[in-house]
Each structure stands twice: as C-alpha cells, then as structure tokens.
Unconditional design. Structure first.
Length: 219
C-alpha cells in the first residue's frame, strides 16, 4: 500500500469505529424509551391531538462523538486532496482542501468561493483529477443537494468547529398521505427537532376524509 494513504485510511478506520460506538450508545439511549406520543381527543375543538412527551434528553457526549466522526472523515478527504496529481506548470497549494459545494458557479469570475468553479477550486490539479472530484460535488444530486452525504459531512464538520453538536431525543417527519385531503383543519408541526409538550398534529374529529383519486402523492 502507498505509504501516503496510511494517514487517510487510519482516519477513516477511526471514523468507522466511532460510528459503531455512536450506534451502540444511541441504541442504549432509545431502549430507555425517552419519548412518547400521546393521542387524545379535544372535545372543545373537536380535534384529535398528537402530542410528544420527552422524558429524557440524549447524553451530551453523543454530540462529541459525532464531531469526532465528522472531523476524521473531512480530514481524510483533505489528505486525499494533497495526493491529487498536478497539472503541467501548476504548483500544489501549501494547504490543499477537498472542495464540497452545493452550488455550481456559472460565472468563472466569481471570487466569493461559495460556488464551485475551476478558476478557484482545484485549478492546480490535472484535468482527469478535476473531473473525478467535480463529479462528486453535491450539486449533482438529483434530490436536495444539502442532503447529499458530502454536504451533510461538511456542515457537521464546520458546525462542530464553532459550536457543540446537540443530539435530540425526538424529531418529526410529517406523515405521508397518499391521496387528497378534502377536509380543512389538518395541521402538522414543522419537520425537525421537537420539544417536550409540542403538538405534532391536529386532525378534525368530524368530516375528515381522504380520497385516493389524486394522481400525485401528497407529502
């Protein structure tokens, strides 16, 4: 094995051990049943209420483990950037960085570096190396680029440098309803972390109906 790959491989290996540690700790936490969804009817408003009760928050140490995993993986990518082949006549930067971007810059004169551009990212690498790295960029994602694994990794790494990563006990993903709701008044809380006592959803007790002739699923 190329001796230059030892560092990146060790970082990835340590990140994998961290993922195993994180999984074990999260399983142990969820086994304590830290939250519960209460369902009850409010006869005054004629609504069925879905409310969350959170009995225990995750250990703060879990956020530290996530930060370590993100750092090791992001660092391994930067190590690999140092190994990319150089284009003829170019000089490798003192501190090369593996680029991760969710936006592609159509303007090569842009200097804000919020977009991926050949002019200011990887201009020193060979065309073949550039094509490989450019093809991995999150902006190629067919879904939301910010949800691409590389984009998530970069965000976690960047956040952990300046803030503590908080793990939440519960997070809401609104239900998927196939069909069309023909009754007004159905509401769901915004997607994302929830707090103790939060109302997650309200469904009318009277006249609630879903029809299934809608060709487009409604999320």
């Amino acid at each position: 094995m190329d001796a230059r790959l030892i560092g990146p491989r060790l970082k990835v290996r340590r990140a994998l051990r961290g993922l195993q540690e994180l999984g074990a700790q999260m399983t142990a936490f969820t086994d304590t049943k830290p939250y519960e969804i209460l369902v009850y009817d409010d006869l005054n408003t004629r609504e069925r209420i879905y409310q969350v009760r959170i009995y225990q928050e995750p250990p703060s140490e879990l956020g530290v483990v996530v930060g370590e995993i993100a750092h090791n993986l992001r660092s391994a990518l930067d190590h690999m950037a140092r190994l990319l082949p150089i284009a003829p006549g170019k000089v490798r930067p003192e501190r090369p960085t593996f680029p991760i971007f969710t936006l592609h810059d159509p303007d090569p004169t842009d200097t804000k570096r919020k977009y991926f551009s050949r002019n200011h990212q990887l201009q020193w690498v060979s065309p073949e190396a550039f094509a490989v790295v450019e093809g991995l960029q999150p902006y190629h994602s067919t879904d939301e680029p910010s949800g691409d694994p590389l984009a998530v990794l970069h965000d976690l790494w960047n956040w952990d440098k300046h803030n503590a990563i908080h793990i939440v006990a519960a997070s809401l993903r609104p239900p998927r309803i196939e069909g069309q709701i023909v009754t007004e008044g159905v509401t769901f809380a915004p997607e994302g972390p929830v707090y103790d006592g939060q109302i997650l959803g309200r469904v009318p007790l009277d006249g609630f109906q879903v029809v299934y002739d809608n060709p487009e699923p409604m999320n």
